[in-house]
Design a protein around this ligand. Sequence first.
Ligand code: GRF
Length: 187
Amino acid sequence: MVKKNTCVFISGQGSNLNNLILRSREKNFPIKISLIISNNKKAYGSNYAKKFKIPYLFINTNLHNYENKILLNLQKYKISFICLAGYMKIISSNIIKIYKKKIINIHPSLLPKFKGLNTFSRMLKNREIKAGCTVHFVNEKLDSGNNIIQKSFYIKNNDKEDDLKRKTQELEYKAFPEAIIKIFRYS
Ligand code: GRF
């Protein structure tokens, strides 16, 4: 099996990145992580790039030519698939057009509920019964592309934001790799 050259975009902790790197080292996992891009100089996730010796680029998205930089590097590293793992910047429509149906994102809610930020506080305020995560294709609208996989759990009475975050992330570590396997199984 030829693994797809994949770029993971991050902005922060990178725990999903770490999980994807570990899974991608399995023989039959469909992707190889060939590049990591961050828009945050201080992203803790950059440590995983060092640890696993994966090319890593900080690209300052405040600069006017940042989109070109991203595209040039995606070409340079022959990237054919993109995972957004806690990337806090909207991907530009040019990149989405070029990588149509080849960009996926993980979001900490059961979409279409709670698009955007601060999902856990909004869920608690709304007295939601269930929380969870969604892996979906990225299109031009925020958190709106077709869903690939969702995983959920019941919110307990005493759950706080931190509890929801922890439980959601545990599900994310299962959902992201499963979504990737699902995509490539049928392609
Ligand atoms: C995840 O909870 C994901 O759902 C959201 O950002 C968070 C990233 O966490 N989009 P990490 O950087 O992978 O630890």
